[in-house]
Design a protein. Structure first.
Length: 249
């Protein structure tokens, strides 16, 4: 038996720059500063081979560079059984010890589960996913003990939200990294949902720099928009991150 652990880091930080009233030199300068902001890092701490019906702790530690992040805006744990993502449940963490956030949880059945640690802190979002084997369930390799090579993929999309102005074309730029290196030649799209659960549109992007993808949109209403960033490539990478951006009058 084993706890089958995988984690991909999806940290999204988006530099939103109003396109009006800025010259090329000014845009390049401010964009460079935005991209130097350190990402938040999330380290999940999940139980190894918990037994069904037994309460365990699901936890995650949050850092930014060498600094412990003790002021996260929100930490939620999303849990679902393998193949049943549509039945996932999300639980808000109300327990914090320094930079470690946790919840108590009981897995009711044996099987392979996925746990995503959704962390929102300092205008950034990071959502690593961990696999947990409960009871004596076998993994795809048929081995219920030891560690397997999962071929995990590390994706970082650094997201920094800034207020944008309604009625003006705004460039939304995303820097994407994979395993610490700029992800080039990827297919990156943005899903943008209007405030209060309004309609969703998809923005196509272009690679405007090494690992930097940009889309342009005119925001028609003030409020908080939900931005979902999707990144995929020919190597089978397909991950996403969700955050919010605010448009003002």
């Amino acid at each position: 038996m084993k706890g089958f652990y995988t984690a991909f880091s999806v940290v999204a930080a988006v530099a939103v720059l109003a396109a009006c009233g800025q010259g090329p030199q000014e845009e390049n300068s401010s964009g460079g500063e935005d991209m130097e902001v350190q990402s938040i890092e999330v380290k999940p701490d999940m139980p190894q081979n918990p037994e069904p019906g037994t309460e365990v702790e699901l936890a995650a530690s949050v850092t930014q560079g060498e600094e412990a992040v003790t002021d996260a805006d929100e930490v939620r744990f999303e849990i679902w059984k393998d193949g049943e993502k549509e039945n996932s449940e999300e639980i808000l963490s109300e327990n914090r010890e320094e930079n470690r956030y946790s919840i108590p949880y009981t897995f009711e059945e044996e099987g392979l589960y996925h746990v995503t640690s959704h962390v929102t802190a300092r205008d950034m979002h990071n959502m690593p996913t961990t696999e947990v084997t409960v009871g004596g369930a076998e993994t795809e390799s048929g081995d219920s003990g030891g560690n397997a090579d999962t071929g995990d993929q590390q994706l970082e999309i650094t997201v920094k939200s800034q207020d944008i102005t309604v009625g003006q074309p705004s460039d939304v730029s995303v820097k994407v990294q994979h395993e610490g290196e700029a992800l080039t030649g990827a297919d990156v799209t943005f899903d943008l949902q209007a405030p209060q659960g309004g309609s969703t549109i998809q923005l196509e992007t272009e690679e405007s720099g090494t690992g930097v993808y940009t889309g342009t949109h005119i925001f028609e209403a003030a409020g908080e928009y939900t931005l979902t960033v999707h990144a995929q490539n020919e190597d089978g990478l397909h991950e996403h991150a969700e955050t919010t951006i605010t448009a003002v009058q």
